[in-house]
Design a protein around this ligand. Sequence first.
Ligand code: PRP
Ligand code: MN
Ligand code: MG
Length: 181
Amino acid sequence: ITNEQNDIAEVLFSQEMIKKRVDELAAQLTVDYEQKDPLMVCVLKGASFFYADLCRSMKCRLFMDFIAVSSYGTSARSTGVVKIIKDLDKNITDKHVIIVEDIIDSGLTLKYLTELFHARKPASIKTICLVDKINKHQCEIKPDYCGFTMGDHFVVGYGLDYSDFYRNLPYIGILKPETYE
Ligand code: PRP
Ligand code: MN
Ligand code: MG
C-alpha cells in the first residue's frame, strides 16, 4: 500500500483544529442566515469535505447545490483560466447564496464564480473559504468568512489535491517538495 502520509512534510491544520474551526464557522452562519434559507454552493472537488462538514454543523434550514470548476488541472500552479465542468442544477435568482471554497490561492476561481453568480441576480452573495493564502492573491479578493490564513506552501488534504491525489487525508499538510518538483 502506498501511504500518502509519507509525502507530508508537516501537518499545518490538524483534524481537531479543522473540526473546531468548521463548527465555529457553522455556528456563525447559523446566526447570520437564520430565516434566510441560504443556498450553499459547493465548489467541487476541493471544497467537498469542508462543505459536508460545514453544512452538517449548521442548524438553520439550507439548500445545497454543486458546481465543478477547474483552474489547476493536473499542474501544481494556477493556469488562471477557469473552466466550468458542471454548473449548478437550479436557478439562484432571489436566493441567498454562499459560495463554499476550500482554498483561495490566486483568488481567480472565487473571483470568477462571484462575478458569474452576481449576473444571475441572487438576493445576496457571500463567500466562505477554509484556508486563505493571503499573500498569493493575484486579484482583489476577500472572503466574507474564513477559517484559516496561511503563507506560501503547497498544501494537500481535506479535499485539497495534488494531481487529484491526497484529497482524503483527514488533515491539511504541506507536501514534501520532492513529490512534485
Ligand atoms: C483549487 C482549489 C480552489 C482553487 C484555488 O481548485 O480547490 O478551487 O484551486 O485557486 P485559485 O485561488 O488560484 O483560483 P482546482 O482548480 O484545483 O480544482 P479541484 O477543486 O477540483 O481540485
Ligand atoms: Mn477547487
Ligand atoms: Mg485541485
